[in-house]
Design a protein around this ligand. Sequence first.
Ligand SMILES: [Zn+2]
Length: 391
Amino acid sequence: MASARDHLAAVKAQITEIDGDAAHARLGKGALFLDVREPDEWEQGTIPDALYIPRGRLETNIEGQVADRSTEIIILCASGVRSAYAAKTLGEFGYTNVASLAGGFNKWKDQDRPWKVPAALSPEQRNRYQRHLLLPEVGEKGQQKLLDSKVLMLGAGGLGSPAALYLGAAGVGTSGIIDMDVVDASNLQRQILHNMDRIGDRKVDSAKKTIALLNPDVNVVTHDVRLGADNILDIIDGYDVIVDGTDNFPTRYLVNDASLLKRIPVVYGAIFRFEGQVSVFSPYEGPCYRCMLPIPPPADQAPSCAEAGVLGVLPGIIGSLQAMEAIKLLLDLGDPLVGRLMAYDALEESFRNFKLRRDPECPACGENAPPIVIAEYDEHCMPHPFEPPAS
Ligand SMILES: [Zn+2]
């Protein structure tokens, strides 16, 4: 039977070791540093931008985190032993450009090379987001990203309710909510942010209370105003994603044009009776709302929910899909609904995907489109009025 020392020597003979100077030269030059120590060691400090996967999760998580097996990976532990074993494992997994940092992080630190204390989740957060942390595609890094993210909900109504609840539960750190209504008993059939105690309250205040009870990590920023040409650019500024829960055409066109200017992706959702739609408008990468709908339908052919009715569960489904798309955008996960319109029919219980193409002639995002002017739109929603509003 081999002694531990002999075994380590045998493992080291099968892997590549890299010294501090050579590893340092690769820092910030495309090499991926992978820290495989225990959480309490990692929290004390690590190499900047190092990916963190504790040794015990390496086999299960590496493929989800590093799909390209030709990636240059430099593994570190405290002294270079665990990283040697980890390097051997990655070699067996087919990773072709792997090295173990000789002397580990301790020597690295002694040699006065760059390191930093990583932004770490608290024990409460680690418990709260445990089911996210178990997903290699999210992990500690993704959760931290969500906590640092800002999503703006347009409306605290049928779509905004499930979206804000799920994004809040997921730990999206800043939730902006714009709504100028008060809670009415007739809202409670579908607007699950609100309840009996809040009837008569401002919707944004009710939403803020509900989310605060759900997750203290979330900073809820409320905008108790009507979204208009005079304020939209200021309001949406700084958000990573906009979740559009508005229900009228002029606002949708306004949101579209402002989001193009600010280059903020919009997760679009719409509901009508038993049917809903979801898409993602990613500025200048995919089609925009005007590419999909260059002119609004005549008012008599586009009744609102207030006129046509809506089954209460429907916005729950569509708003949840919007929350999912928002998280995918924030974490750069999977295939967002860019260039696709997903249509849901509750009576058939079916989802259908339709291709949406970017229109080269689009008056807003087309190649030859004039500069975008943000202005109040009438019922025709014309994109670029010649006269901006006098304000
Ligand atoms: Zn367009």
